[in-house]
Design a protein around this ligand. Structure first.
Ligand code: FUB
Length: 342
């Protein structure tokens, strides 16, 4: 549980030519490299806690082997420390497989890790077609709690926070954040539907909306899964994954709105494959360096050649904006990003 491994990025030595003097120059840049570390890891969520960057990914393997989550921390985006088994199914008794897409947030000195488990299927889904007499499956979105971002996380509720489908959304791929109204929200959903719900003050339940609904559907055109939000210049940037997570079509698109509840009109694709670098780039999150307009995108992609369904790696690149506030398409790289201590 406390074992940590460090991974260090690339020292890239660039040879440049000074146009005025024609003398050759050597410039040293320390880069993260991509992927950020060894091993198959997907659905990464990047977050800043104090003077450290943290990334919480899915361990990308067969569903039956996805019985734990690891985390990674860094002071500069280049050297990463692995924190093994911050939570697992021996702690979360109702979970037995498919621990996916963690989302971490600090509140009142405690760290909360929202995660999905068990890949539950609803009664219209393929599982139920083959098992019409099966009992309701246990699983959905749960919460871990710890005094440190490295865990160990305990099972906060002893049951899932969201344990069923609402509006057709599979309870997976959650992102938890503090909105501009000062309240905390969870946005989530697989199977081409996305919901948003408000969390109560101690994160023990969802606060129903005035009409009694527990969550509201905000699905934009093209949405498949992996929703996340960013807040910039008083606007909500809603981003999500499209295509098929198992192949090269996976990608990320976005919309901008003044309201958390939309409407969200799809503006365009910001992350996709580059056949020269990698395929299947998607299920991302963004990191904003506090008190700056510097942004990073943390995402997974498939190395070329891609030799297995679960061969996904975690990468980072710069996220940049145009003057009008729209997002520039991301250039995915092998170099990654330069050191950026907090
Ligand atoms: O990694 C498991 C699942 O694959 C995620 O929950 C989806 O978003 C897709 O990336």
């Amino acid at each position: 549980m406390n074992k940590a491994f460090a991974f260090t990025g690339l020292l890239l030595v660039l040879f440049g030519c000074n146009q005025n003097t024609k003398n050759s120059q050597t410039e040293e840049r320390i880069l993260s490299g991509n992927p950020l570390w060894e091993g198959w890891y997907a659905d990464p969520e990047g977050v800043v806690f104090g003077d450290e960057y943290w990334i919480y990914p899915t361990f990308s393997a067969k569903y039956e082997e996805q019985v734990f989550l690891d985390a990674f921390s860094s002071k500069d985006l280049v050297t990463w420390t692995k924190h093994e088994g911050i939570i697992d199914t021996s702690i979360v008794k109702w979970a037995n497989r498919a621990m996916w897409a963690p989302s971490a947030i600090e509140k009142d000195g405690r760290y909360f890790l929202f995660f999905a488990a068990n890949d539950i299927q609803n009664q219209d889904g393929p599982y139920w077609k083959d098992n019409p007499d099966a009992a309701k499956q246990q699983g959905g979105i749960g919460i871990g709690v710890a005094d440190s971002p490295a865990g160990p996380f305990a099972d906060y509720l002893g049951k899932p926070l969201i344990d069923q489908f609402y509006n057709g959304a599979q309870p997976i791929d959650q992102y938890v954040f503090k909105a501009m109204d000062g309240k905390y929200y969870i946005v989530y959903g697989g199977w081409r539907h996305c919901n948003i719900g408000q969390l109560n003050d101690d994160f023990t339940a969802l606060v129903p909306f005035e009409d009694g609904d527990l969550v509201k559907e905000i699905t934009p055109e093209g949405y498949v899964e992996g929703p996340t939000f960013a807040i910039r210049n008083g606007k909500y940037y809603f981003m999500w994954s499209e295509g098929n997570w198992g192949d090269e079509t996976y990608r990320v698109a976005y919309a901008i709105s003044d309201s958390l509840f939309g409407p969200f009109e799809r503006i365009g694709t910001i992350l996709s494959q580059d056949p020269e670098v990698a395929t299947g780039s998607g299920h991302h999150s963004v990191i904003n360096v506090p008190n700056t307009d510097e942004w990073y995108i943390v995402y997974h992609r498939r190395p070329i050649p891609n030799e297995g369904r679960d061969h996904r790696v975690t990468c980072i690149d710069k996220l940049e904006f145009n003057e009008d506030g729209t997002i520039k398409p991301v250039k995915i790289t092998f170099e990654g990003v330069e050191a950026r201590p907090l």
